[in-house]
Each structure stands twice: as structure tokens, then as C-alpha cells.
Design a binder for this molecule. Structure first.
Ligand SMILES: Cc1cc2nc3c(=O)[nH]c(=O)nc-3n(C[C@H](O)[C@H](O)[C@H](O)COP(=O)(O)OP(=O)(O)OC[C@H]3O[C@@H](n4cnc5c(N)ncnc54)[C@H](O)[C@@H]3O)c2cc1C
Ligand code: SF4
Length: 324
């Protein structure tokens, strides 16, 4: 089966036209195509029409707004984001996370909207049609059972996006357009921890942009563990934003990816006000451990990914604490 043979493409000229087209039955958003097209080639999905959002004029704009916040249009490429002078100076964690996605050729096409909304992944899902058919498919698509958590009533495929945790620790928002009008959500509100449902977008809704507030004394960083440094998805990834107040942690935000079916905020309030020492590091590591729910959805072992999530957070805080 090759769904691409049966798919039409539409290139909307306005946000409203994109909303109308996406509300049609069988329509799906297309941006850089670096996640969606490989999946369609494997028979994962049968959209009737792909709505090329990169055709909407000026959707790729990256601009510092009058209030000092940063607005990134959904079709801005990750290469543009990584290279943008204002982003590198004011929100370097975003430039870094964008520069760590896939390889250089992917980043020329891949967009921030597509990065946020990318599909979840699993060793039983990202396979050819004949492989999946031979294994009776699975709950995420066409089947009725999960091979990772047998007797599960939901899919545990993993979210591996790099930009979401970086945006989450910046307290950024996503702008959404849809048939009921425009709305804004904290980035964490875009996701649902279910590998098949993935996003909280209603039919016809799509992400038009993201807005990050001014850095305001926060220092932030992102790191990921992957098989090959040049191209791979995060086996575990972490973003940390820290405000140091003398010898105390003044404020701390932590988010993880590559561990669960959604990028998640680690509740770190209990370490705020403490000094960054071995005891505090142990408390934070425990919080990461409790938040992450790693399952056998990739080729790397569960134990390795779980330990890497904890180690990455610890290393990032170590480094930010020293630099602050
Ligand atoms: C070899 C390889 C390595 C990769 N490595 C990484 C990696 O290290 N880190 C990482 O994060 N990703 C990785 N990816 C996945 C992908 O390349 C990136 O996530 C990329 O940013 C996706 O953006 P895109 O514009 O190409 O999205 P597309 O493929 O066009 O779309 C992805 C999904 O988002 C939806 N979508 C797109 N734009 C919007 C929008 N504005 N609103 C609502 N829905 C939308 C589409 O319908 C689709 O479901 C990799 C992919 C490959 C093939
Ligand atoms: S976690 Fe289960 S249902 Fe989800 S893709 Fe993997 S095997 Fe399928």
C-alpha cells in the first residue's frame, strides 16, 4: 500500500482557508514533511488531502515583538531558528534544541509546527506495512492490541520532539487557529499522554505559531542522548531553566522528552529555595524518575533511557548553576 498515490495536495493562501480545508474529512496538515511523508510511505495513515501549511504567506516569520517576547511562525524552519541572531542571543535554548533535531538537510525543511505536532514513535509502529501486517498491527493503527503493554487500553508510543521541552521551560504558548476561532495554550496543553491521540487539537485546528516570553533572568539549556550524534531522535532529552538567587535556587523549571507519550513538566517546586548540592540533586533525580514512564518502545533499553533522563537533568542544572 502506498497512500501517496491517492493523496491530493492543497496550498491555502490564508490562515482561514487552511482552517476550512483542514476541517474537511480526510484532510491532514503538511509542513516540511520530514515526519509525515516517511510515515505515509509506510502506510501509516491514509489522508485524502494534504494541506501544505508552508504555502500560507509569512507563516515562517521569526520576530521579537514590542513587549520583548519572541514569536515564531509555525512554518519557520529549524535551520532558520537555529541560525537566527535574536533567538541565539535572547532564547539560546531554542536555537540549541532546533540545531539538535535530525540532520542538517532535515532541518532545512522541518518546521517548528511539525516538530511540536510530530507523531509518537514505537518499534512496533515505525515499520513497513508487511512487517506490521505480519504482526497483526497494533492498537495505535489498524490493530486491537498493544505489543509493548499487553492488555493495555491505550497506546504507549513515545514522543521524541526536541523543541517542546525547551519551549515548556521558557513558559511559552502555542497559538492555534480553528473553526471556532483562535486560541492560545501553554505548550504543555497541546499534548495528551496517549500515543495514539497525541494532541489536544480539535478537527480543523492547527498550530499557527509559538510565543516565548522575554528571558527575564532565567538561564536555560537543552540536552539529549541519542544513538548517533548527527541524526537521531532523543532516547531521552531534558530542558532546564534556572534562576539562581545567591546560594539558593530562586526558581527552576524542568521538562523531559523521549520518555513518555508526551513531553512532560517535572514538578520541581520542592527543590526551589534549596542550595544545589548532592542532597538536592538526589531529590530532583527522584522527581524525574517519578515523572518519566519509559517503556520498551525503542531499540535502546528502558533502564538506559530512564537513567539518561535523570543524568541529563542533573548535568544541566550543574552547568546552569555554575554559569549563573
Ligand atoms: C531520520 C530522521 C531523524 C529525525 N530526528 C529527529 C530528532 O532528532 N528530533 C525531532 O524532534 N524530530 C526528528 N525527526 C522528525 C522530524 O523530522 C522533525 O520532528 C520535524 O521537525 C518535523 O517537522 P516537519 O515540518 O517536517 O513536520 P511534518 O512531517 O510536515 O508534520 C509532522 C506532523 O505534524 C503535523 N503538523 C505539521 N505542522 C502542523 C501545524 N502547524 N499544526 C498542526 N499540525 C501540524 C502533520 O500533520 C504531521 O502529523 C526525524 C525524522 C527523521 C526522518
Ligand atoms: S505502544 Fe503499543 S499500541 Fe502503541 S505503537 Fe507501540 S505496540 Fe502499538
Amino acid at each position: 500500500m502506498n497512500a501517496l498515490h491517492e493523496v491530493g495536495t492543497r496550498r491555502p493562501a490564508t490562515v482561514e482557508e487552511a482552517v476550512r480545508t483542514l476541517a474537511e474529512s480526510g484532510a491532514q496538515a503538511l509542513a516540511g514533511g520530514t515526519d509525515l511523508l516517511p510515515n505515509l510511505r509506510r502506510g501509516l495513515g491514509t489522508p485524502r488531502v494534504l494541506v501544505d501549511l508552508t504555502a500560507v504567506p509569512a507563516l515562517d516569520a521569526i520576530a521579537v515583538q514590542a513587549d520583548g517576547s519572541l514569536r515564531i511562525g509555525a512554518a519557520a524552519t529549524l535551520a532558520a531558528l537555529a541560525a537566527d541572531a535574536a533567538v541565539r542571543t535572547g532564547w539560546p535554548v531554542l536555537a540549541k534544541a532546533a540545531g539538535l533535531v535530525a540532520g542538517p538537510t532535515h532541518r532545512e525543511a522541518a518546521t517548528i509546527g511539525g516538530n511540536l505536532c510530530q507523531d509518537t514513535r514505537c518499534v512496533f509502529y515505525n515499520q513497513s506495512e508487511w512487517w506490521r501486517a505480519g504482526n497483526g498491527y497494533c492498537l495505535k493503527y489498524l490493530g486491537d492490541k498493544c505489543h509493548v503493554v499487553v492488555k493495555s487500553d491505550r497506546c504507549y508510543a513515545t514522543y521524541h520532539g526536541d523543541l517542546a521541552p525547551a519551549l515548556m521551560v521558557l513558559d511559552a504558548s502555542v497559538e492555534i487557529a480553528g473553526p471556532a476561532g483562535a486560541r492560545t495554550l501553554p505548550v504543555a496543553g497541546l499534548f495528551v499522554e496517549d500515543g495514539a491521540r497525541r494532541l489536544t487539537l480539535a478537527p480543523g485546528e492547527w498550530v499557527t505559531g509559538v510565543v516565548a516570553p522575554p528571558a527575564g533572568g532565567w538561564m536555560a539549556d537543552y540536552a539529549k542522548a541519542r544513538v548517533r550524534e548527527s541524526v537521531d531522535f532523543a532516547l531521552a532529552g531534558a530542558a532546564v531553566a534556572l534562576r539562581r538567587d545567591g546560594d539558593r535556587i530562586g526558581a527552576l523549571r524542568v521538562a523531559i522528552t523521549g520518555t513518555n507519550s508526551a513531553p512532560l513538566v517535572v514538578p520541581a517546586d520542592s527543590v526551589v529555595g534549596r542550595s544545589w548540592d548532592a542532597e538536592t540533586a538526589q531529590v530532583l533525580t527522584k522527581l524525574v524518575h517519578t515523572t518519566s514512564h519509559v517503556l520498551a518502545t525503542t531499540v535502546a533499553s528502558v533502564g538506559y533511557r530512564r537513567r539518561m533522563a535523570q543524568a541529563l537533568v542533573r548535568r544541566l542544572v550543574d552547568d546552569l548553576w555554575t554559569r549563573a
